[in-house]
Design a protein around this ligand. Sequence first.
Ligand code: NAG
Ligand code: NAG
Ligand code: NAG
Ligand code: NAG
Ligand code: CU
Length: 556
Amino acid sequence: MSHTFVFLFLSLVSAALAGTVTYDWSIDWVTAAPDGFSRQVIGINGAWPCPPIKATVGDTVVVKVYNNLGTESTGIHFHGLDQRGTQFMDGPSGVTQCPIPPGSYFTYTFQIDKAGSYWYHSHNKGQYPDGLRGPIVVQDPADPYAGQYDAELVLTTSDWYHNTVPVLLQQLLSPSNTRFFPPLPNSLLINDSQNVTFQFTAGKTYKIDIISMAAFASTLLQFDSHTMRVIGVDGSYIQKHDAYQIRVAPAQRYTVLLNAQPTTRRNYAFLASLDENRDYLNDPAPAYPLNITGYIVYDSTKPLPPPYVVNKWSIVNDFTFVALDNQALLGAPDVDITLDFTFCLDSGGIPRACFNNIDYVTQKVPSLFTAISTGTENSNPAIYGQVNPYVAKKGSIVQLTINNLDAAIHPFHLHGHQFQVCEKPSSGKGTFNGLVRNFPAVPMKRDTIAVNPNSYAVIRFVADNPGVWLFHCHIEWHVIMGLTATIIEAPEALVGLSIPDDNQAACKAQNIPIAGNAAGNTNNLTDLTGANTVSPYPDNGQVISGHLTWTWLTVL
Ligand SMILES: *[C@@H]1O[C@H](CO)[C@@H](O)[C@H](O)[C@H]1NC(C)=O
Ligand SMILES: *[C@@H]1O[C@H](CO)[C@@H](O)[C@H](O)[C@H]1NC(C)=O
Ligand SMILES: *[C@@H]1O[C@H](CO)[C@@H](O)[C@H](O)[C@H]1NC(C)=O
Ligand SMILES: *[C@@H]1O[C@H](CO)[C@@H](O)[C@H](O)[C@H]1NC(C)=O
Ligand SMILES: [Cu+2]
């Protein structure tokens, strides 16, 4: 049989088996105490942790959301899923939709075209550290590693706060926060718990989907006497790569195979340690790491080992991974974007985070709606307002350089793509000099990359997914501070698209315009009078003198 035939056959089989997975979610405030401290969290259907989404490649996923929060708007992003052809379903408020107001419904519908581990989370008002996040695991009928494992397990990791986000934001965005300190987490959660036990059977191999749902800190992970064989990162398969220790940055995923021990002689521990360090390689270890010892239990009649200690972290470098599909380095870029990241202040003296000295400010019209309603003028970045906009015509090769001028590691995420990682040097290498000689022939691909301090990363992707896609740091505090850019991709394919009913309804309910430039001007598109240039102060309704209140209406 020819390869084409096999491929066609598999495609037909998966098309025939493709189904629809439907979730009915009421987003609610509930009480939870995953680390023993009881607090209000945002859960789903009256419960927390939030349920996983489970699907198979080819499935259509339907998530019917009802916002039962009473006072807060919401919105869900499906991290790592590309939303090809469903660009209105990506979820970030002010980009692909208006936030879902309390007391209303919004249905997300999209087809899943890739396997792997992903997660969903609120992309509205820095809300997910309050609990609104959960794993997504997509099975692959054509899994290249099929037959090499016996069972699949999920391991989520997350930092956790005892205060709610609106309280934390008041400290973060205070003019007195002159050193741009983020709120520090109170604890670490593994599987939304601090008491985690994986039941293993001797001789078997387990596939583990490791998913970080953190808002700030990375997780260092090591299993005693069990080597992780990494087979995937984010939504991309890689050639099998052994790792004793990994560091999972916020929003990243690692899919690993773990060979169980051949006998049940004893039980084993693993250590998850929350890395609040600015640069774990070059700084002293944090004084008070938040650790969890979890267990691999072979025989529950035997004792559990003592807390696991790791003396030195020498983390596998994901840049050395090789994409399993052998896709060659994309050619010379048609669009070359350079983003210099620094902290900055806005005109009100509020601490912000900037690309090229400009912080992202949510506009009156969601950027995707600007793109579809402005005809061919939609390829003029200026009409999108202060969202750090970049336009890439359909089919162009985009190269994006992030120069991290800060002294800490930051995880950067692109919506709508798995990008090639062309260069990612160690700390202190300065800014990218434009030379491509260190680019690998077959780069690894992922959707979230940890960029080293005072260093840079270069990524490439093809602008083949029409839509408006955010590029941002995945430290949620930095998103709130404005560390976001906007890629207007294939604008010529966006002209005149119609807005799905639920997206229209959410805007209408809040009197948010759905056409025109960033300011809602439909006559003169280059006239941005009235567009937002300062972010509202996210104080959840309280008026802080000199600043707007944080409700969508006052953004207008
Ligand atoms: C941890 O979970 C086990 C069951 O998996 C339970 O027996 C034990 O009491 C729990 N320990 C704590 C401290 O919650
Ligand atoms: C961890 O949580 C996921 C869902 O979030 C669940 O599917 C899995 O079984 C859990 N694993 C363990 C060992 O508790
Ligand atoms: C946390 O784990 C690290 C690495 O094993 C160790 O150095 C540190 O002492 C642990 N801290 C606590 C509080 O257990
Ligand atoms: C549109 O607005 C821009 C910016 O305010 C202005 O320079 C230009 O003259 C206006 N064009 C028309 C046709 O009014
Ligand atoms: Cu950041």
